[in-house]
Ligand binder design. Sequence first.
Ligand SMILES: O=C(O)CCC(=O)C(=O)O
Length: 265
Amino acid sequence: MDKFSQAEIAHFRTEGYVTAPRLFNAREVQAMQVELDYFKQNGLGRNVATEGDGQTHSTTKINYQIIPLNDKSTLFRALPFAPHVATRVGQLIGEPFARHLDQIFLKPGRTGAGTSWHTDNAYFQLSDVTKGVGMWVALHDATLANGTLHVIPRSHLETFAHTRDLGSDHHITFAADDQRAVPIELAAGGAVFFNYGIGHGTKANNTDAERAGLAYHFLHADYVATGRLTDGVVYITGPQASGGLHEYGVNVADAWAQEVAARTP
Ligand SMILES: O=C(O)CCC(=O)C(=O)O
């Protein structure tokens, strides 16, 4: 299925999140992993984990963040325009919509650190949390043991006071009741979508193998002006959308399949 069912959309509306377990196929996953290897080999990310003071970078805990992606990778630049992604985002937050962030969090085996509880709207400050959606894609199988993303269902109906996360050099966090959290276990290529008000976070990677999560943030075009956004906004659908031509100088609207093919045998 290239889109969400009515039941899945209803789940997103009431619970604040919904999963798409096989959003990307094996070939697409392989292409994204090839790109991740390129980022790693070229040192395009950095460890944001700190020693409990919010400043001193840790040598024993690693939360390797690569942000943004669209200036480093034509594959990830094309991804939000892929029909199986864009259709779903439109179903959840309505059209037209824009993308405003893309990033990867890589957690090496054993040393990989989680990203503490937060809501995305604590950063972005949209006037309506349901008009923004995060899409988190498992680039490797994401399990309880390797610290997959956890969400707090219906937490978008509450607000949480955030403070600086002292385990990171720039993140913010709030104290959550872990009992309310639901772990989202996904095979590589699966995704979870959650609205900007949903409390979420990842845990330490207690396995030997690395695990990475790919995160995109989308918002309804009518709400762009209400937010405090930290990256260039790229319109994906609607009258302001140019397939990326206005923002990147090149139209990448139909480039996804070609970008995948270029990285896979
Ligand atoms: O993958 C992670 O560690 C954090 C991801 C996240 O917080 C997000 O996508 O908003």
